[in-house]
Design a protein around this ligand. Structure first.
Ligand SMILES: NC(=O)NCCC[C@H](N)C(=O)O
Length: 412
């Protein structure tokens, strides 16, 4: 039986990827709750869906199998018990908004088919969705106080963040922001109960019940033996250390975890918003993450003599560290926006550094980042552009919108 998860690099030919087509959840965004739901503007649903379909088609045209989150989830909740358990967990983890209405809400959710229930949970449940005559508590009548029982999940199309495949195992992440915390419940259920995955022995390197956060945008598989992880606004040093220990204890081929400290700001929320790998020796970088002489805080974690104590070495230069861990003489760091401060800031804001590699030297990018795209082309990279007017409003690019499940091993 072929193992369903296999990712040994950032750039190996992409075989299977998980996407989520934006749905009505983005129409439950209103100006009042934008910040809390981690958006800067409200996407126009028909256009964001069209752009997303174009993205999916661009991948399929290159032979990539695209699997969708809602479909996998529907196939996962095969029994009434599991459906109920899932609804209870979603309600339980939304308890602040649900207040005393969990029974009412559960009855409401279970009245839908499994597929529709999953969509409802993704979209969010408004207080006004529930029949007036079923309301018994004062709180249930207070729709003007806070409109949702279940918040919408507009960030679901960034499938990169809630989980990441490392080798043949998975990190099911503890999302940092409350607005995204429930997203990794989907992957937890899929891994445990979907027939494509549940019949395999899939190691879980990190689990969402851990105290400290970790998000997939920070997890980069640089090579079969090295993982880079951003210490960012979303990923904590404690979580990185825990993941590293698990990998060192259970996955022999992983030799190094590189913790890359990046500024803790919204524009640079994950490592992949400022740094991605595009070929054996080529990377995108947002110049603003480095000091004047290219200095940064980087820590190389390796197995220690005692499994509980890692060997930690401090490094200051990203390019040199990459050359050392990848065994390369030279590497090319391609600056977002060609390094011009205005263009770099503008294109990075729209994810100019957030490329998705689908094979060595072949990337998917947003069309709007034309200066960065041109620079990639001039350096021998094949660039597949996708439309991005609405997709970019959520502050994530093609890498953020994709979770690779299978990649081919690299030839070298
Ligand atoms: N890997 C990524 O950088 N993902 C983008 C996530 C954007 C989303 N609006 C968020 O703030 O979490």
């Amino acid at each position: 039986m072929k193992h369903p998860l296999h990712v040994n690099s950032e750039i190996g030919t992409l075989r299977t990827v998980l996407l989520h087509r934006p749905g009505k959840e983005v129409e439950n965004l209103t100006p009042k709750f934008l910040k809390r739901l981690l958006f800067d503007d409200i996407p126009y649903l028909p256009v964001i869906q069209k752009e997303h379909d174009y993205f999916a088609a661009a991948l399929q045209n290159r032979g990539v199998e695209v699997v969708y989150l809602d479909k996998l989830m529907t196939e996962t909740l095969q029994t009434p018990d599991l459906k109920e358990q899932f609804a209870e967990q979603m309600i339980g983890e939304s308890k602040e908004n649900v207040n005393g209405s969990s029974e009412l809400l559960k009855e409401y959710l279970l009245s839908f088919s499994t597929k529709d229930m999953i969509h409802k949970i993704m979209e969010g449940v408004l207080k006004r969705d529930i029949d007036e005559e079923k309301k018994v508590h004062l709180y249930e009548f207070m729709s003007d106080h806070y409109p949702f029982y279940l918040d919408p999940m507009p960030n679901l199309y960034f499938t990169r963040d809630p989980a990441a495949v490392i080798g043949n195992g998975i990190s099911i992440n503890k999302m940092c922001e409350g607005a995204r915390r429930r997203e990794s419940i989907f992957m937890d259920y899929i891994m445990k109960h979907h027939p494509r995955f549940a019949r395999h022995d899939i190691p879980v390197w990190f689990h969402r019940d851990y105290e400290f956060p970790m998000e997939g945008g920070d997890q980069l598989m640089l090579s079969h033996d090295t993982v880079a992880i951003g210490v960012s606004a979303r990923t904590s040093a404690k979580a990185i250390e825990r993941l590293a220990k698990q990998l060192f204890q259970r996955q022999e081929n992983i030799k190094k975890v590189i913790a890359v400290d990046i500024p803790k700001t919204r524009a640079f929320m994950h490592l992949d918003t400022v740094f991605t790998m595009i070929d054996y020796d080529k990377f995108t970088i947002h110049p603003a993450i480095q000091g004047p002489d290219g200095e940064m805080n980087i820590f190389v974690l390796e197995r220690g003599d005692d499994p509980e104590r890692l060997k930690i070495t401090e490094r200051r230069n990203l390019a040199q560290t990459l050359k050392d861990v990848l065994g390369l003489e030279e590497i090319l760091l391609l600056p977002c926006g060609g390094g011009d401060p205005i263009i770099a800031a503008r294109e990075q804001w729209n994810d100019g550094s957030n490329t998705l590699s689908i094979a060595p030297g072949v990337v998917v990018t947003y069309d709007r980042n034309y200066v960065s795209n041109q620079l990639l082309r001039e350096n021998g990279v094949e660039v597949i552009e996708i439309q991005s007017s609405e997709l970019s409003r959520g502050r994530g690019g093609p890498r953020c919108m994709s979770m690779p499940l299978m990649r081919e091993n690299l030839a070298r």
